[in-house]
Design a binder for this molecule. Structure first.
Ligand code: FAD
Length: 385
């Protein structure tokens, strides 16, 4: 399909939030960029769909993410100004758990170190502020006032729209079938061949299937995440005007939950378990996830007694986890013009604006603005060598 005159500077494969943000940065800096997506857009089969995501500055002991969040907020603000739509609602992010639990303690330490506005309080104060939340008296809470809700669908579409406004080409419904490396990389799709000086692979859960084919055996685990929306029995205590986004670790097993106040479906609060069964992204509903629903229902009964016992709406999304839950942002071990972005491990949305900038730097041979050692592919293999 392509001839020598239409060699792109960069082809980005995958129009999820990471690929779309990368393509936006590239087009904005004047690079001739193609963004390729296997499914017709918009779609709900990957990890970036839905109307809401949590954002926050606190990242516990993983200081490097907090450092990146400063710029993520800045790029997000720029995008918001460019598209003229509200993408962020600053309702705060509440973290709670048993006293002394590292998740809560590290959140507070991180916010203190970064001089970020926050409050720490006990259950007595919680009962005054959020009377419908039911926590044991030995719990403590930290409110990160920088946090809140991202309007996820709107943000994804804003990146894609602005990318096109800056001159980028978006082709959806066109899966990449193969990649042929070289000084010029060729991408074979169902519709032809596209060529570029460099390529960014932002394949979401499909990275687990494709990367081994190009010799990259990063241990990626796609998980099915059950997204539940719960109706409040009476009143409006969990509306975004009255309640922040929240995260909690109970300290037992895989019982980390997160939630967002009612906004996307009027009267329904989004509360999900931060875990789920392993899946093949092309066959994601062929697994038993009853245990996930049972676990969340138990947490709802215990901590959110004024919500209905059964979810009103249940949707699905995919996490792609690495063993250490840190991202992979690196170049291919042999082909420096093939950039790999994978393993966003259920926390990649808030960082996507800055991740896009870093990936664009890697794809154009620039030095990344951040220390990339946490994101290297070889970290998984060091001990084995
Ligand atoms: C339920 C849920 C809640 C979450 N909550 C939060 C949160 O509150 N805060 C937060 O920061 N993060 C959150 N995350 C994580 C965040 O949403 C993900 O980390 C992020 O969306 C990952 O984006 P991605 O671009 O890597 O993947 P995707 O969105 O899946 O994009 C990858 C794209 O690549 C395409 N593709 C794959 N293979 C090919 C091919 N061969 N050819 C062409 N296209 C291809 C796919 O179709 C897909 O569109 C959540 C995730 C889920 C599932």
């Amino acid at each position: 399909m392509s001839n020598k005159s239409d060699i792109y500077d960069v082809i980005v494969i995958g129009a999820g939030i990471e690929g779309s943000s990368t393509a936006y940065q590239l087009a904005k800096s004047g690079k001739n960029t193609l963004l390729l997506e296997q499914f017709p857009l918009p779609h709900s089969r990957g990890s970036s769909h839905g109307q809401s995501r949590i954002t926050r500055k606190a990242y516990g002991p993983q200081e490097f993410y907090t450092n990146m969040m400063e710029e993520s907020y800045r790029i997000q603000d720029e995008l918001q100004a460019e598209c003229g739509e509200q993408l962020f609602v600053n309702c705060g992010c509440l973290v709670f758990g048993p006293k002394g639990h590292p998740f809560v303690a590290d959140t507070e330490k991180c916010l203190k170190r970064h001089g970020a506005p926050h409050e720490k309080f006990g259950v007595d104060e919680q009962r005054k502020r959020y009377p419908k939340l039911s926590l044991p008296s030995d719990y403590e809470l930290v409110l990160d006032k920088t946090g809140g809700m991202l309007r996820a669908d709107k943000m994804l579409q804003a990146f894609q729209r602005q990318f096109q406004r800056y001159g980028g080409t978006l082709r959806d419904g066109e899966p990449m079938l193969d990649l042929y490396p070289g000084d010029i990389v060729s991408i074979k799709t169902t519709k032809g061949v596209h060529r570029a000086k460099s390529v960014v692979l932002a394949l979401g859960a499909w990275a687990a299937k494709f990367l081994p084919r190009i010799g990259v055996n990063v241990p990626l685990e796609p998980l099915k995440i059950t997204v539940c929306y719960w109706e409040e029995k009476n009143g409006n205590h969990y509306s975004i005007e009255n309640f922040p986004v929240f995260m909690s670790e109970s300290g037992e097993g895989n019982n980390t939950i997160y939630g967002l106040p009612s906004e996307e479906y009027p009267g329904l609060v989004k509360i999900c378990l931060h875990h789920g069964p392993k899946i093949d992204p092309d066959n994601r509903d062929a697994v038993d996830n009853e245990w996930v629903l049972d676990t969340i229902k138990m947490i709802i009964r215990t901590h959110f007694p004024t919500l209905e016992k059964e979810p009103s709406v249940v949707e699905t999304c995919i996490y792609t986890n690495t063993p250490d839950t840190d991202f992979v942002l690196d170049v291919h071990p042999s082909w420096k013009n093939v950039v790999i972005a994978a393993g966003f491990s259920g926390h990649g949305f808030k960082l996507a604006p800055v991740v896009g900038k870093v990936l664009a730097q890697l794809a154009t041979g620039q030095r990344p603005s951040y220390d990339m050692s946490h994101f290297k592919i070889d970290r998984f293999f060091k001990n084995k060598l």
